[in-house]
Design a protein around this ligand. Sequence first.
Ligand SMILES: NC(=O)c1ccc[n+]([C@@H]2O[C@H](COP(=O)([O-])OP(=O)(O)OC[C@H]3O[C@@H](n4cnc5c(N)ncnc54)[C@H](OP(=O)(O)O)[C@@H]3O)[C@@H](O)[C@H]2O)c1
Length: 347
Amino acid sequence: MSESKKKAGILGAGGFTGIELLSILSKHEYIEVVYATSSEYKGRKVTNVMPYLESSSLDNLEFSKHPESAADLPKLDLIFLAAPDEVSIKFTPLFLKENIKVIDISGAFRISDDNIFESYYGLKRNDKETLEKAVYGIPEINREKIKSARLIANPGCYPTATIAPLWFMKDFLKEIKTPIFIDAKSGTSGAGGRKEKDTLPFSGVHENFRAYKVGMHQHEPEISQEVQKFLNNAEINFTPHLLPLFRGIQSAAYFGAEITTSPDEIKEIIKEKIKDEPFIRMYSSPNDIELKNVQNTNFLDFSFHYDEKKKIMTIISSIDNLQKGAAGQAVQNMNLLFNFQEAEALY
Ligand SMILES: NC(=O)c1ccc[n+]([C@@H]2O[C@H](COP(=O)([O-])OP(=O)(O)OC[C@H]3O[C@@H](n4cnc5c(N)ncnc54)[C@H](OP(=O)(O)O)[C@@H]3O)[C@@H](O)[C@H]2O)c1
């Protein structure tokens, strides 16, 4: 392996997002994955658990057990945390102290208010020093800050699908007259991890459709916090639903608003603005936004319809929750951090 490669680790490499990270990083020209933890798979070769990665750069990597302290880690330039929130709360300050950059895929450092965090996550944080280091990792919005960050709070999947389109639309929204109602649907991998809950197995979702965590999903305050940074006083009402499929999120955001110019002109201006964005695609019609165009990719697709009579905006967007909503975006952030091509390993 080349000396110039950066050394990366993954805590929680045996879960949905960890496995996705391994797949993406196996194609990365400038990263060597030297540490991947899973107590479930410890001692097994990665290619034994993921046979489709045979003959890749991960051929010799074995899963290790989860660490008890930072001393259990080999020398790393960066670690991805793809584990439960409480694990990130415990380990992030320890890894930062060892000068290891951290990309945290959990929700541990996304919400800046400790009380709001505690009420949605049921966890105490009390770590201002670490929290202050966290940069919210939507590259299309925070690209420059991400480049010099030591800790990236990788956004949630629903927040990614909804915040980025609103950000590209923000300059054209003159007055928002109602809450922004976000009606979003996710495949089961976005709603629970590898170890299935009672309601998530095939028999619980097949031929079925339902809302979940109504009025109490932890992504509502995350979306509110980030959207209010560019749309003053915007209220968010968020309702997630469970789709009978494994991966992908489709979101519809509806709200009453005045717009500054015609919908066709808005689309033309946004298309021009995003022409160098590697992963953002704007479509002419919201009817063209569908999961099959984004599944297994790092793309975010969106479009909108504006009802001129009722003055109601409807934005439809789609992502793959495990890629742009988690591991793909985490690698995009890492590429920025290390000054690699932003899309390296992601096409
Ligand atoms: N799924 C998504 O679409 C998505 C999107 C954005 C963010 N996230 C966030 O990403 C994180 C992982 O989600 P996931 O869907 O990949 O979950 P998952 O499939 O349940 O995987 C969780 C991973 O964490 C590991 N783990 C459990 N307890 C641990 C501990 N005490 N110390 C270290 N590692 C531990 C597990 O280890 P074993 O392998 O030993 O079981 C497993 O590898 C969560 O915080 C989640 O909120 C998920």
